[in-house]
Every structure is written in structure tokens, then in C-alpha cells.
Design a protein around this ligand. Structure first.
Ligand code: RTP
Ligand code: MG
Length: 135
């Protein structure tokens, strides 16, 4: 298995709930290393560009509004199989369908306010890391 990097975002709902530390602890306990980390408030244009793949979807406007509703924590996680491992730690998009012990099951309220983002493929990870941190 290869060492990979993936982009993680702790979304505004989780930041507001004061669980940044608990979420980062889950990554660290699973062997993922935080190699970049920045707290920031996304502009409308930054959020739209980040989620550009969803721009034709009916939920796009709500997604952008949510992602700009408060500060987020953008991180690069590194480790064995980091992309899939992060997705597994996160759980399903809809927290009601997320497995027990996952971040979304434990910290998220709804499919809109679902605590974390994680890159879904190697290509997404490369694009998303470059989007926030350059190459
Ligand atoms: P993310 O990109 O944030 O890590 O989430 P994901 O891969 O699990 O889900 P994705 O399909 O990429 O969707 C991005 C975000 O859009 C919202 N969404 N709403 N109402 C809906 O059917 C719906 N589908 C997606 C979610 O907040 C999701 O995280
Ligand atoms: Mg996604």
C-alpha cells in the first residue's frame, strides 16, 4: 500500500460545536498525520470553485451557503491508503446512514451539515490539495 495525501475539511457545523480536537484525534489515532492545517472562512467564490463538480446539482446553492456560514479547518492528511481511510473514518454522506463510530454518525446533524469533507479519489485529492495549498 502506498503513502497518500488527502484533503480534509472540518466543516462549519463541527467547528461551531467545538469538536475540532476530537475529529483531529480520530485521524491521528488511525495513523493519519496532519501535514498542513489552516483555519479560514471560505469566500463564496472559494466554496463554489471547491465544489465545482456539483454546480449543476439541486443542492449546490445550499452547499455553498453552508460552507461559507462560518470558519472551517482545511487540512492535508498523510498516511497509508489515506484517501480511502479518511472516507471510512468519515462515514456515509448522510449521517443517518453512517456506520457507528464514524465521524459523521457521532458529530453530524444532517446531510447538509455533515461535519467533514474528504477527497473521494486520488485525482480529487491532487486537485483539492493544490486548490488550498498549492503544489
Ligand atoms: P464531501 O464532498 O463534502 O466530502 O461529501 P461527500 O463526498 O460524502 O458527498 P458529495 O456527493 O461529494 O456531496 C457534497 C456535499 O453536498 C451535500 N449533498 N447533499 N441533498 C443531497 O442529496 C445532497 N447530496 C450531497 C452534502 O453535504 C455533501 O457532503
Ligand atoms: Mg464529495
Amino acid at each position: 500500500m502506498a503513502t497518500e495525501r488527502t484533503l480534509s475539511i472540518i466543516k462549519p457545523d463541527a467547528v461551531a460545536k467545538n469538536v475540532i480536537g476530537e475529529i483531529v484525534t480520530r485521524f491521528e489515532k488511525a495513523g493519519l498525520k496532519v501535514v498542513e492545517m489552516q483555519m479560514k472562512s471560505l469566500s463564496q467564490a472559494e466554496a463554489e470553485g471547491f465544489y465545482a463538480e456539483h454546480k449543476e446539482r439541486p443542492f449546490f446553492a445550499d452547499l455553498v451557503a453552508f460552507m461559507t456560514s462560518g470558519p472551517v479547518v482545511v487540512q492535508v492528511l498523510e498516511g497509508e491508503n489515506a484517501i480511502a481511510q479518511n472516507r471510512e473514518l468519515m462515514g456515509a454522506t448522510n449521517p443517518k446512514e453512517a456506520a457507528e463510530g464514524t465521524i459523521r454518525r457521532d458529530f453530524a446533524e444532517s446531510i447538509d451539515a455533515n461535519a467533514v469533507h474528504g477527497s473521494d479519489s486520488a485525482a480529487s485529492a491532487e486537485r483539492e490539495i493544490g486548490y488550498f495549498f498549492g503544489n
